[in-house]
Design a protein around this ligand. Sequence first.
Ligand code: ATP
Ligand code: MG
Length: 413
Amino acid sequence: MAELKIELIAIGDEILLGHTLDTNSHWIARRLVENGFRLRWQSVVGDNESDLHHQLKRAWKRADVLILTGGLGPTHDDITRPVAARFFEDELVDRSDLREGIRERFTLRGLEPPAGYEQLAQFPTGAEPIPNQHGSAPGIHYSRDGRELFSLPGVPIEMRGMVDGYLLHHLEVWREGVFSCRILKTTGVGESHLSELIGDPGALEPVRLAFLPSIDHGVTLRLSHVGDDPDAVSEVLGLAERYVRDKVGKYIYADEERSLEATILDELRRRDWKLALAESCTGGMASSRLVSIPGSSDVFERGFVTYSNRAKTELLAVDEALLNRYGAVSAEVAQAMAEGAHLRADVDIAVSITGIAGPSGGTQDKPVGLTYIGLADRDGTDVRRFRFSGDRDTNRRRSAQAALNLLWQRLSE
Ligand code: ATP
Ligand code: MG
């Protein structure tokens, strides 16, 4: 079993200069994995003929499949077509069929083709054009020495159309090994604790286990495996997944397809419960995450952004005496905020967040990162204390995540 060695080169000064985030490479990497392939190497080069030539040379020695994205357009900085032709000691000729095709694209819409469009019909003699469903520039497909090169445009929609409509079908033909992975998303548990609970990863052999921590989505576990036969790969992964679920199942809220937000909303819907949030330091972040899911209005009743003490008193009926005695960031106030939201919004469950995001405002007793989350429902109120240690943005995001995590835990009881 030999896995295809696939290399990707993204081309464009705009990426190297930090003007454009290289989302094309990210998208291609994911799309390949979804289809049982994976990238072996990835790089970025600028709009520079000799740099691209050198990079092609290097990649062509080691990769079975080389994917390029960017620089296929008609302007002088689009160099991929001539560089690819020169690399294969090929020449560009005018392809009247391509020229007419491009012309027709414009005339069908009642438009004149733009100046320089003929450039796009200058095509290498030894390559196959890749149809472009969403734009003018055809992609370029070279097959040489048992290797393949696919040169795709940089415009994301055009590139994606060619990957889905052309490249993946062609890769299937040379497939030898199937790469597959399972994603298990966890929340409310750190990476090191998860690793301890799962134990020696050797027990999962031949499956590989990776821990992917993030601020907003907890720690994602990825199980991956390569084999000859898709069914056998799936079976082996299934065994490993059961093993992992056995050890840490209570922290797993979803597989790849579902976010924590969606999981929470579904559970609320199942119970026919309404939810309200009362947020201080997160300023509506947790509410916003829930509202980003379509259909959240079924169960999300309202969010209070009660940043000042006055707002906490006016909107959530938090007793001023509590604020004076314990301070806004305290277990007592978190409890009062959750209970106030529960009552005022007349919902089944309410969650409150109050914390010191920083960078200033911390004291010896109440350091930056100190956060209390309250959770009130018909059975009473729980308050949990957290001590985060990031910058302002990280502390706020972790607070929102901790609130959603507690909510999910309560709902999955
Ligand atoms: P065009 O015909 O528009 O010139 P092209 O194939 O030459 O297409 P580029 O000039 O490299 O493509 O890029 C066109 C636009 O596509 C860029 O301005 C940028 O917005 C986007 N783009 C290019 N490369 C990437 C990338 N790697 N990730 C995300 N977007 C990209
Ligand atoms: Mg361009």
